[in-house]
Ligand binder design. Structure first.
Ligand code: HEM
Length: 321
């Protein structure tokens, strides 16, 4: 028997452009949900809705008594539906490609499960009274979703042949080092927020148990490590005469890294004003995208020539990134 997805696939074939747009919309929505999630925290609206999944124990939606904070938090919750629609579109488009791209469909489904986990983590954050550990976990899970969205988007723009390196092995190792150091940098960023004045943005929330200044110093050191690795990558790509697009991606990473570093220091010395913290969160998403795009540009997966195949029934999905 055909599943609903297989039925759609039987009747509809997306153009490559539609497929790419669907995946790109998931990337854009992931960034938007991170930034609006930040706005919820920074405007002190984290408990704008008193409970989860309902907004109050009696109402599914925000009530006039909850005021602007209710609207902000409820708006962020509503964006989850737009994000889910973007992810759903990506799943349907991936499933409807001919021949069926199972690996791509699998990464699209992974986005769906990450959205679900984030909805639950967001709920736990509210139910735990904005505990900084759950807020940090929620932020990091949103970045995991962003990573899978970027990979899915990249996979829509290439084929399914096995990955082929475009630069020598040590350069790819350097790119892995950048990815790992960036993950550490993001985690350390949440340790600054969690011990600082914007943790959950409710003064009575117990902070992470360390000194805010020490956490900020460690976070800045890790930013310098990423910076050193990114500069090394920029030089190395020139030395090995890497393809133009990889060099451009390494340049993009340096630009966003410098901008983020400047915002980081300015907010540190100006008592973390909300607007700058929001900008720091937006730039952290853009930097994560730049790191991933650089890593993904160091390999290629050409399109395999395959004959036209009609829609196939669902079956277990397997493939590599
Ligand atoms: C250049 C790469 C950098 C990245 C990718 C980055 C990323 C982050 C992230 C992800 C957070 C946590 C956001 C949250 O939990 O909601 C954060 C917080 C923070 N970062 Fe950075 N950061 C960078 C550089 C810096 C630098 C150089 C400084 C200078 C000291 C800095 C200062 C801060 C401060 C003060 C916070 C806490 C803001 C708050 O109270 O919410 N950052 N950063």
């Amino acid at each position: 028997m055909l599943t609903p997805l297989a039925l759609i696939a039987k009747r509809w074939t997306p153009t490559p452009r539609t497929l790419q747009r669907a995946a790109l919309s998931a990337v854009v929505m992931s960034v938007l949900i991170i930034v609006t999630g930040g706005a919820v925290r920074l405007t002190g609206s984290g408990l704008g809705c008193d409970t989860w999944p309902k907004c109050t124990s009696e109402s599914l939606i925000t009530t006039p008594e909850q005021g602007i904070h209710g609207l902000i938090e409820f708006g962020n919750r509503m964006l989850t539906y737009v994000l889910s629609a973007a992810v759903g579109w990506a799943i349907i488009a991936a499933r409807s490609t001919k021949p069926w791209r199972r690996g791509l469909t699998r990464t699209a489904w992974l986005m769906f499960w990450l959205v679900m986990s984030n909805a639950v983590l967001g709920g736990i954050s509210v139910l735990s009274g904005l505990n900084p550990w759950t807020v940090a976990g929620h932020f990091l899970a949103a970045n995991a979703l962003l990573a899978v969205a970027v990979i899915t988007w990249q996979r829509t723009r290439e084929g399914d042949a096995p990955p082929r390196p475009r630069v020598p092995g040590p350069v790819r190792k350097l790119s892995w080092a950048i990815v790992v150091a960036t993950v550490l940098l993001l985690v350390l960023g949440t340790s600054v927020t969690g011990s600082g004045k914007h943790a959950g943005d409710k003064s009575e929330v117990p902070r992470m148990p360390w000194d805010w200044t020490d956490a900020a110093h460690l976070h800045a050191v890790s930013a310098w490590v990423v910076c050193a690795l990114a500069i090394a990558m920029w030089f190395v790509l020139r030395m090995v005469d890497a393809p133009d697009d990889t060099r451009k991606r390494s340049r993009d990473l340096l630009i966003v890294l410098v901008a983020q570093g400047v915002v980081g220091y300015v907010q540190y010395f100006t008592h973390v004003p909300e607007l700058l913290v929001g900008l720091h969160m937006l730039l952290s998403s853009l930097m994560w995208i730049a790191v991933l795009r650089l890593a993904l540009s160091l390999r290629e997966r050409p399109v395999e020539e395959t004959p036209e195949v009609p829609a196939q029934p669902d079956a277990p999905l397997t493939t590599a990134v």
